[in-house]
Design a protein around this ligand. Structure first.
Ligand code: NAD
Length: 247
């Protein structure tokens, strides 16, 4: 996929961080963008910014764990833009804590977003993309946690390893059916977003003031060469799609 101009990208969890950067990058390449998030205020701000790029924009408040709502969102994306070439199943949350002390409700909430959110995106959008018989790509946001486990991150790790499993199975299924749709797993290390800041503030403990947290965030992100910005992450993703390096 060399020329993105006029194609359509869908991004969930688009109001912030990596999803926001992916949406902005897509618009900068001339793509129509369909963006969804729970955070309506930040989503509205993003939509205004995207429209300045002169591309088609559809912004929808959406909880990716709500399968019926994701299906409606997919139908509306298709009805507005008539094709979908890039799907970023990106929305995700983080939960930290001792594995056996986390409640069933916490487990269900995180898995409903991080795992079922991806499943809902696939179930809603893939029939549309398959029927179109056009080249298309699905990118599920995993994490380095899709590859290695980390203490205090059982829920997150379980969810991201599940997303890896789903992605790998789907990849084989699409290839076996000879469909022109690629599916890939994005496995970022630390990216300077709200999620990363949540880890830092949690590490500081309950007594940390907002100033201490802000200072630690700035110092960590600036001082740690492993942290990249969401913009850099989005550039890497689009370069990989363009150069066919994902699959
Ligand atoms: P972020 O918090 O900045 O962005 C996540 C977005 O998802 C937010 O706008 C949030 O409102 C939205 N969201 C949360 N629950 C939702 C739901 N139920 N329905 C719709 N939207 C919802 O964090 P981010 O770092 O940009 O995270 C994006 C993805 O990247 C996540 O899947 C995360 O697990 C993954 N990731 C992040 C890092 C990192 O270091 N930041 C590393 C690896 C993977």
């Amino acid at each position: 996929m060399e020329n993105f101009d006029g194609l359509t990208a869908v991004v969930t969890g688009a109001a912030s961080g990596i999803g926001r950067a992916l949406a902005v990058k897509a618009a900068s390449l001339g793509m129509n963008v369909c963006v969804a998030d729970m955070n309506t205020a930040a989503l509205d701000t993003l939509a205004e910014e995207l429209r300045l790029a002169g591309v088609g924009v559809y912004a929808q408040k959406l909880d990716v764990s709500d399968s019926a709502a994701v299906k409606l969102f997919a139908d509306e994306c298709f009805s507005r833009f008539k094709s979908i070439e890039l799907l970023f199943n990106n929305a995700g949350i983080l939960s930290l804590g001792c594995c056996w002390e986390q409640s069933v409700e916490d487990w269900e909430r995180l898995l409903s977003i991080n795992v079922m959110g991806v499943v809902n995106g696939l179930n809603a959008f893939l029939p549309i993309m398959v029927a179109a018989e056009r080249e298309a790509h699905v990118i599920n946001t995993g994490s380095v946690g899709s590859l290695v486990a980390a203490a205090g991150m059982a829920q997150y790790t379980a969810s991201k390893m599940a997303v890896r499993g789903i992605t790998e199975c789907l990849s084989v299924e699409l290839q076996l059916q000879g469909l022109p749709i690629g599916v890939s797993l994005l496995c970022p290390g630390p990216v300077a977003t709200n999620i990363a800041e949540g880890v830092i503030s949690r590490a500081l403990g309950d007594t940390a003031t907002p100033e201490m947290i802000a200072e630690a965030n700035a110092a960590t992100v600036a001082g740690d060469p492993n942290f990249i910005t969401p913009d850099i992450c989005a550039n890497i993703v689009f370069d990989a799609i363009k150069d066919n390096k994902f699959w």
